[in-house]
Design a protein. Structure first.
Length: 331
């Protein structure tokens, strides 16, 4: 079944090998034509602190050196902004600078800016804004999938082994760092995520890329953050709500199937649960012998978190026969 899974999964970035610090400036996209409106902008000591305009594309003045956490806090319709162009003078950006811009899909910088670089990963429908020397990466994933990293041995920028990096995506900040694996390969690992005033430490460092994993980061309509690292039916999932509730795949007590999550209409958090006995169906061309066609292959519905517990409300089921019929094979 094809689903727009939110494979959280800091949730993909392209990682450069150690010692090959190729500048991202060479991959900067051609800057779109944007209207620069400055009459409503207030600049204090080189810091852009408010913007009162209404635009889908905004430009930060070249005189601005620091983009503060209160960037555009007076914007009348931040949810309508899809693109921001930074000026050549920007030297620092707060991890929370773009909070509230729920539809923001890209932030670009001109070639004259030597402090940040921006580029697009068309294959994963992501755009990235990276500090050249400062260890910070902003990721703007496609809204439908939330995929930010997949099995790749590349990254948007490399800051050295063991360096703690802020990976900012969908309003949450993930702490990641690169390490050498047992086979001497360089891989990214994530240890925690924070959303607003709340932090969720992972049980163990989760691989942020590599192998057959897909990582998704979702932001739901209720402002909850979902991190999902998935391979096949198996997924490691962490959910941090805006109120500070925390649940993960080791604590929710679902034992009758493999859970994964995706965003439905209006960014509603939805789940799919596939029976453990059927997780390897994709490897077959037809239904294996001895399988009951009337058995429940999967269940889907709405997911939420209440009082530290995962709540699943089913609204759709699929039998084994339904699955194979959708595959075009008689089950």
């Amino acid at each position: 079944m094809k689903r727009n899974y939110a494979y959280v999964a800091v949730m993909s970035c392209v990682i450069l090998l150690v010692g090959s610090l190729a500048g991202c400036q060479n991959t900067v996209q051609q800057e779109p034509k944007v209207e620069q409106v400055q009459e409503s902008t207030r600049i204090d000591s080189g810091m852009l602190v408010t913007y009162d305009g209404e635009n889908t594309e905004l430009t930060v003045s070249d005189t601005v050196t620091k983009v503060d956490a209160d960037l555009f806090k007076e914007t009348k319709s931040p949810e309508e902004v899809t693109h921001i162009v930074l000026g050549a003078g920007v030297e620092e950006i707060s991890p929370t600078a773009f909070d509230g811009f729920t539809e923001l899909r890209s932030v670009t910088v001109p070639k004259e800016n030597k402090n940040f670089c921006s580029f697009t990963d068309d294959a994963r429908n992501c755009t990235y804004l990276c500090g050249v020397d400062k260890p910070i990466i902003f990721c703007f994933p496609g809204k439908e999938s939330g995929i930010v990293m997949t099995g790749s041995t590349d990254a948007p920028y490399f800051y050295g082994l063991g360096t703690s990096v802020d990976f900012v995506c969908n309003g949450a900040v993930f702490t990641i760092q690169a390490e050498k694996d047992y086979d001497d390969a360089i891989r990214w690992y994530c240890s925690s995520m924070r959303h607003g005033e709340h932090t969720l430490a992972f049980r163990a460092d989760e691989e942020f890329q590599g192998g057959n994993y897909e990582v998704n980061i979702l932001r739901t309509a209720s402002d909850d953050i979902v991190f999902q690292r998935k391979s096949g039916c198996s997924a490691d999932v962490y959910i941090l709500t805006s109120s500070g509730d925390r649940v993960d795949s080791d604590s929710w007590g679902v034992n009758d199937g493999a859970l994964s999550f995706y965003l439905g209409e209006d960014s509603e958090l939805r789940y799919e649960k596939i029976g453990y006995d059927y997780c390897d169906f994709e490897q077959y061309e037809s239904c294996p012998d001895g399988i009951d066609g009337n058995a429940t292959y999967s269940e889907e519905g709405v997911a939420s978190v209440a009082n530290g517990k995962l709540v699943l409300t089913a609204d759709k089921t699929c039998t084994v026969s339904d699955y194979w019929n959708m595959r075009g094979t008689n089950g």
